[in-house]
Design a protein around this ligand. Structure first.
Ligand code: ATP
Length: 836
C-alpha cells in the first residue's frame, strides 16, 4: 500500500517541512500497463490505449538491435587482437592495450543488457535549443530516450538513440518538476523485463500545450514520487542478497548528491534505508563518467564496513559498466594484511584514538636509541684489533640521520654512512701521522679502509642492532609484545591503557624468537596503526631491485639524497631534471598490463582520484588518517548515520571528524526519506532513536507493509527452538529472512535454525533464503523479513547497544518479529503482542 512521505519529492532537505520550487507538488501522471492483467486508463495526450507500449516496444527493439551490432563489432575487434602481434615488445604492448580496450567495451555493452532504456523526455514546443539537452534530442520528435549508456544510430547522421543517464542532458529526467519543468513537456518511465516493455508511466510537467479535456484526463492520477510505479515496484521486490542499481528511479534530491561537485568532502547523513549506499555508488559511476580521464588513471576507492557488505554492493558498479574501482574494508587497506578480527571494545577505542600517533612515533624512536657505552667490534685493521664505536660517533650519526628527515629505514643509510665516515680515521691511525700531526694515509688508503669497513660483517651486525631495518609488522608486534617498549612508547597512556595494548606473544616452533606471528593476530584496529608505522618507517630499500620498481626506487633514492644534501655535485644536474614518476613512467607500458584497480589495491602509497566511505560513522580517528593519506586531493563522498554507530571508536559528529582535514571544503547533506523500512517498523523504532539522540528525526517511510511488527516472550530454555520454528514458518518462498541475534547466542541459535530447516526438509544449510547473523554482519544489508532475538542482551553487549538495536530493527523491507525470554526493553513498547 503506497504511502506518501511528508514531502514527496524531497528525498533530501535540510528540514523535513522545507519546500522549494523543486519540491512543489508534481504534475499528474498516467500509466499504461500491459501483461499484468490490470490495464489502467489510457494516457491522455498523444496516444490511445496500448499505443505508448507499442511505440516504445518498437523503439526498444531497434535499440537492442543496435546494441547487438555494436557488441558483435567489438567482439570481432577484440578477438583479432588475441591473434595479432608482431612479437616485438612494442607490438605486444600495443596488442594488450587494444585487447583490454575492446574487452572493456564488450563488458560495458554486456552490462547494459538489463534495463537498457528506462525513460524518455519530450521537450515542450519552443523549448527546443533552450532546454537542457534539447540539442541532443531527435529533431523530428523533439524527444530523447534515457538509459544505461549512450548509443548512436548507425545511420550517416549518427543520431543519438539513447542518452547515458549521467549526461547533463539526462538530468531533467530526474529533477524536472511541474514548478520547474526545465523545458520538458512529458517525462516517461518505461518498465521493462528482458527486452520487453511491460509498462509505461507518463508525468506531464507542462500542461500549457494541452486543452481542457486533456488536462482533465491526465489529472487525478497517481502523481507524487518521480516514477512512482517503477519506484514502488523496485522497493516491493523480493531481496536477492545483491544490491541492484537505481538508475531508473533516482529521486531529485538523490540526483543532486550524485551529481555534486567532485572537489571537497561531501558528507551525506541519513537515517536507515534512505539510499545512502545507493547514492554513493551511483555517484561513483557518475564521477567515473564525467571525469573519465582523471579517474580512470587514479581509480576510485570504496570503503565499506565488512566483506559481506562489499559482496552485497559488489555488482552495482559493474552493472553500470564501471570497473576502475577498489572495494575494501578498513581491515584490507594495508597491502599484505587482510583481517576481519576485532579487538575487545576498550582496546578498539584506544587504538582508534589519535594519541596512538605519538605511541608509534615513540616506538620508532625507541628503535633508534643509542647504547649506553662504547661498542667494541672486532676488526683486524683497527688499533688493537677492535673498532671503538663510541657514543659520540653514534650520537653524531644519529643527529645526521634525523637531520635528513627521512623515514627510519631510509635514514638508516645516512646513519651507517656517518658511522663509517668517523671510523675511517680510527683505522687510518695505524698508518701513522706526519710531523704536522696529519694522517699519512692517502686518499686511496682511505677509500680502501672504507670498503673494508663496509664489508665487515661484525660491524654491520653491530650497527644493524643499533638502527635496525623494520617492517611495520615487526615494529608493532615487538611493541605490543614487550611491556618495556610499551612503557617507553606509551608513556602518556595510563598503565591500564598500556595493559589493553599488551598482547602476549604467540610462541610456536615456527617462530622461535617468540615475538609472535603478527599476520595471524592483526585486528581491524591494528591496520591504521600499521599504516601509521609504514609512514614513519618508509620502505625497506631493496638491495638489488629489478623491473619497474628499480627505476622508481633509484629515482627516489637519488632525489632523497638531493633533498637531504647528501649528493656529490656531479649528481645534481641529472636528478634535478627528473622526478621519480618520470623515471617510473619509462616502464608504464608494463604497468598498463594490469588494471588500475589491481595496481591500486596492491600499493600502499597509491592515491585515488576519489574516495567513497560507506557506514562512515564506524571509522575511528586513526582509520580516517589512513584514508586521508589515500586521497590527498580530498575529493570524497562520505555516507553514514550517526545514530547507527556501533564501533566503540566510531563518530559522534561529522564536523569533528573532518575538522582537521576538510580545508574549508566540507558540505553536509541530509537524506530524510526511507525507501527500505515500512512505516509500521519505523514507528516501532522511533523510541529507540529518541533514546539514542532525542534531537534526531527518523526518516519517513515511503510505504506501508500492512503488517505491524510484533514480539513474543518465551521461556529461556525454549528460546532457540522457538526462533528456529519461527524461521521455518516465516521462510519466504522468494527473498530473504534474517535472524539477527546477540553475539552470545549466535552459535546456539544458528545450530537450532539449521536443525529445524533440516528437519523440515528445507535444505541442508541456511541456503540462500535464511541467514543467521550478528549485528556487525547485518550492517548496511537488508532482508524481506527480520527475526530479532533477545534485544536486551543485544543492548548489553556493547557501549552502543541501542544503536545496534536500531540498526537491526531497520534491516527489514516487509516484516519484523522480536522473540525474547528476558524483559522487553522499554524502548520497544510500540511492538504489538505476537501470536501465542
Ligand atoms: N531512488 C531509489 N529507487 C529505487 N530504490 C531505491 C532508491 N533509493 C533507495 N532505494 C533502495 O532502498 C534501499 C535502501 O537503500 P540503501 O541501502 O542505499 O540505504 P542506506 O541509507 O545506505 O541504509 P542503511 O544506512 O540503513 O544501511 C535499497 O534497496 C535501495 O536500492
Amino acid at each position: 500500500m503506497p504511502r506518501a512521505p511528508p514531502d514527496r519529492r524531497a528525498g533530501v532537505t535540510n528540514s523535513s517541512d522545507h519546500r522549494t520550487a523543486d519540491t512543489a507538488p508534481s504534475a499528474p501522471a498516467t500509466s499504461t500497463v500491459v501483461d499484468d492483467g490490470h490495464p489502467e486508463p489510457p494516457p491522455a495526450g498523444d496516444h490511445g490505449p496500448g499505443d505508448a507500449v507499442t511505440e516504445e516496444q518498437g523503439f526498444l527493439t531497434e535499440l537492442y538491435r543496435r546494441l547487438d551490432a555494436l557488441r558483435a563489432e567489438r567482439v570481432v575487434l577484440r578477438d583479432r587482437y588475441v591473434r595479432h602481434s608482431d612479437n616485438t615488445p612494442g607490438g605486444r604492448v600495443e596488442r594488450d592495450i587494444a585487447y583490454a580496450r575492446h574487452a572493456e567495451a564488450v563488458q560495458m555493452l554486456n552490462a547494459a543488457e538489463d534495463k537498457l532504456c528506462f525513460g524518455r523526455l519530450d521537450y515542450a514546443p519552443g523549448a527546443g535549443g533552450d532546454a537542457d539537452g534539447a540539442a541532443d534530442a531527435d529533431p523530428e520528435h523533439q524527444s530523447i530516450h534515457i538509459g544505461r549508456m549512450g548509443i548512436f544510430a548507425d545511420s550517416g547522421d549518427h543520431r543519438q538513440l539513447l542518452m547515458d543517464w549521467r549526461a547533463p542532458s539526462a538530468r531533467p529526467f530526474y529533477v524536472a518538476t511541474a514548478a520547474r519543468p526545465l523545458g520538458i513537456r512529458r517525462r516517461r518511465h518505461l518498465q521493462t523485463a528482458r527486452r520487453k516493455v511491460t509498462a509505461v508511466t507518463d508525468d506531464y510537467l507542462d500542461l500549457s500545450g494541452l486543452d481542457a479535456a486533456e488536462i482533465a484526463a491526465v489529472s487525478g492520477s497517481t502523481g507524487g514520487l518521480a516514477g512512482e510505479a517503477s519506484l514502488l515496484a523496485a522497493l516491493q521486490a523480493p531481496r536477492t542478497g545483491r544490491m541492484g542499481d537505481i538508475v531508473a528511479t533516482i529521486q531529485a534530491e538523490q540526483d543532486r548528491i550524485i551529481r555534486a561537485d567532485r572537489a571537497g568532502i561531501l558528507v551525506v547523513q541519513g537515517g536507515p534505508g534512505t539510499g545512502k549506499t545507493a547514492v554513493a555508488l551511483h555517484r561513483a559511476a557518475y564521477l567515473l563518467y564525467t571525469y573519465r580521464e582523471q579517474l580512470a588513471q587514479r581509480g576510485v576507492l570504496i570503503v565499506g564496513p565488512n566483506p559481506m557488505f562489499l559482496r552485497y554492493i559488489g555488482q552495482v558498479l559493474p552493472s553500470l559498466g564501471e570497473n576502475a574501482v577498489v572495494l575494501a574494508t578498513v581491515g584490507e587497506l594495508f597491502p599484505g594484511v587482510s583481517t576481519t578480527r576485532t579487538d575487545p571494545p576498550g582496546t578498539a577505542r584506544l587504538k582508534g584514538r589519535t594519541a596512538m600517533n605519538a605511541v608509534i612515533a615513540n616506538a620508532v624512536l625507541h628503535r633508534q636509541a643509542m647504547p649506553a657505552r662504547t661498542v667494541e667490534v672486532l676488526f683486524a685493521g683497527a688499533p688493537g684489533g677492535r673498532l671503538q664505536v663510541t657514543r659520540t660517533i653514534l650520537r653524531n650519526a644519529q643527529q645526521r640521520a634525523w637531520q635528513s628527515r627521512r623515514p627510519h629505514n631510509r635514514a638508516r643509510a645516512v646513519f651507517l654512512k656517518r658511522v663509517l665516515d668517523q671510523l675511517v680515521p680510527q683505522v687510518a691511525e695505524r698508518l701513522g701521522r706526519g710531523p704536522g700531526g696529519d694522517l699519512l694515509a692517502t686518499r686511496d688508503d682511505l677509500d680502501a679502509i672504507r670498503t673494508d669497513l663496509r664489508e665487515s660483517e661484525e660491524l654491520i651486525a653491530a650497527l644493524a642492532g643499533i638502527w635496525p631495518l623494520l617492517t611495520p609488522q615487526r615494529l608493532l608486534a615487538d611493541l605490543f609484545a614487550d611491556r618495556g617498549r610499551l612503557a617507553f612508547a606509551a608513556d602518556t597512556l595510563s598503565p591500564e591503557e598500556r595493559d589493553l595494548l599488551y598482547r602476549a606473544p604467540v610462541v610456536d616452533a615456527a617462530d622461535p624468537a617468540g615475538t609472535g606471528r603478527p599476520e595471524q593476530q592483526w585486528t581491524i584496529s591494528d591496520v591504521p596503526l600499521l599504516d601509521e608505522a609504514a609512514e614513519l618507517l618508509g620502505q625497506i630499500p631493496q638491495s638489488r631491485p629489478t623491473g619497474p620498481d628499480a627505476d622508481t626506487a633509484y629515482a627516489e633514492e637519488v632525489l632523497d639524497l638531493l633533498h637531504s644534501g647528501e649528493t656529490s655535485e656531479d649528481e645534481a644536474p641529472l636528478v634535478s631534471m627528473l622526478t621519480a614518476a618520470d623515471l617510473a613512467a619509462l616502464h608504464d607500458d608494463v604497468a598498463l598490463l594490469t588494471s588500475t584497480a589491481e595496481r591500486a589495491a596492491a600499493d600502499r602509497e597509491w592515491t585515488f582520484g576519489h574516495v567513497i566511505v560507506d557506514e562512515a560513522q564506524e571509522l575511528s580517528p586513526m582509520a580516517w588518517r589512513l584514508i586521508m593519506r589515500r586521497v590527498p586531493v580530498r575529493s570524497m563522498t562520505v555516507v553514514g548515520d550517526l545514530a547507527q554507530t556501533s564501533d566503540p571508536a566510531g563518530a559522534t559528529s561529522w564536523r569533528r571528524v573532518f575538522r582537521n582535514y576538510a580545508r574549508g571544503a566540507l558540505t553536509v547533506e541530509q537524506l530524510t526519506v526511507n525507501y527500505r523500512t515500512p512505516a509500521e517498523i519505523m514507528e516501532a523504532a522511533e523510541p529507540v532513536l529518541a533514546r539514542i539522540d532525542p534531537r534526531a528525526t527518523a526518516p519517513s517511510s515511503v510505504r506501508e507493509a500492512g503488517v505491524a511488527p510484533w514480539h513474543r516472550r518465551v521461556p529461556v530454555r525454549r528460546l532457540a527452538a522457538v526462533v528456529a520454528d519461527e524461521a521455518v514458518a516465516q521462510r519466504p518462498s522468494e527473498g530473504l529472512l534474517a535472524v539477527i541475534a546477540p553475539e552470545a547466542l549466535l552459535d546456539e541459535v544458528g545450530a537450532a535454525v539449521q536443525g529445524a530447516l533440516d528437519a523440515a526438509g528445507q535444505g541442508s544449510a541456511f541456503g540462500a533464503s535464511v541467514l543467521v547473523m550478528g549485528i556487525r554482519q547485518a550492517k548496511g544489508l537488508e532482508f524481506d523479513r527480520v527475526l530479532l532475538v533477545e534485544p536486551t542482551v543485544m543492548i548489553g553487549e556493547s557501549d552502543r547497544g541501542l544503536n545496534d538495536l536500531y540498526v537491526a530493527m531497520t534491516r527489514s523491507t516487509q516484516t519484523l518479529a522480536v522473540l525474547h525470554s528476558q524483559d522487553l526493553p522499554d524502548v520497544l513498547h510500540r511492538l504489538k503482542d505476537g501470536p501465542a
